[in-house]
Design a protein around this ligand. Structure first.
Ligand SMILES: NC(=O)c1ccc[n+]([C@@H]2O[C@H](COP(=O)([O-])OP(=O)(O)OC[C@H]3O[C@@H](n4cnc5c(N)ncnc54)[C@H](OP(=O)(O)O)[C@@H]3O)[C@@H](O)[C@H]2O)c1
Length: 232
């Protein structure tokens, strides 16, 4: 899709790959509504922040109403990036964290897509990009809940692309390996480090996935650090 002057919603924009993608979209001339709990340290005439906890449907509805009031309903791009993971042995794992991961990483996607699909259908053009993880492709020790959420993202995305392709709407999924972000603040024993991917590289791939010919659809993108343990 040609990105200039299109309106995009990106969730989870305070930091990490969400914020990097916002900056790249703004450089392309896209008008970006950032939906998140925390505002980023970034301002631009084409960027507006809307408070939104994607885990709560009333909060998503409020962000949607505020966004359409300010920018109109012709929103062509939705990037479901907000997400988090908590690790730990399942037998002692907090039920609250388990549910919170599903509320954010899975149900949050339902709350956003159901509101933005009608505008994309009306325009006969749209792109939904869901951020999964390589944890959406295989199991990870001590990470059953998070892995469950990201497998759900994969299944939801693939079903949505079948449902929406005839309406001119692409649904893509990205499966990144480890990225140098604050994601690892919640994961004991792992710290973001320079052997992980740079957020700018992942965001660039996300941008390239969005910026394709209308009849060219990238369904899945898997990306990993080449040398995750450094040079041997
Ligand atoms: N880092 C990795 O290695 C990695 C690998 C594969 C996939 N991913 C995925 O990439 C996505 C972005 O993560 P990141 O690495 O950029 O991590 P990050 O730096 O921790 O950023 C996560 C963003 O999501 C927001 N967020 C979390 N829960 C939210 C909620 N309920 N409502 C609204 N916003 C919420 C955070 O906002 P607050 O500032 O308010 O917390 C923050 O802006 C996530 O879906 C993650 O699962 C990350």
């Amino acid at each position: 899709m040609e990105l200039t002057n299109k309106i995009a919603v990106v969730t989870g924009v305070s930091k990490g790959i969400g914020l990097e993608l916002v900056k790249l979209l703004i450089e392309k001339g896209t008008i970006v509504a950032g939906w998140g709990r925390t505002a980023p340290d970034f301002s631009h005439a084409n960027f507006q922040f809307f408070t939104c906890d994607v885990a709560k449907e009333d909060s998503v509805e409020n962000a949607f109403q505020e966004t359409t009031k300010k920018l109109g309903t012709d929103i062509r791009i939705l990037v479901n990036n907000a997400g988090f993971g908590v690790a730990g042995a399942t037998e002692t794992f907090s039920s609250e964290y388990w549910k919170a991961m599903f509320d954010t990483n899975v149900h949050g996607i339902f709350y956003t897509v159901k509101r933005l699909i009608p505008g994309m259908k009306a325009a006969d053009e749209g792109h939904i990009l869901n951020v999964a993880s390589i944890a959406g492709l295989n199991g990870v020790n001590q990470f059953a809940g998070y892995v469950g959420t990201k497998h759900a993202v994969r299944g939801i995305s693939h079903s949505l692309y079948m449902e929406l392709r005839d309406f001119g709407i692409k649904v893509s999924t990205i499966y990144p390996g480890s990225i140098q972000t604050n994601f690892f603040d919640d994961i004991p024993g792992v710290q973001a480090n320079e052997n992980m991917m740079r957020p700018i590289d992942v965001a660039t791939t996300m941008l390239q996935t969005l910026e394709t010919h209308p009849n060219y659809f990238v369904a899945d993108v898997e990306c990993r650090p080449l040398r995750p343990k450094g040079k041997k």
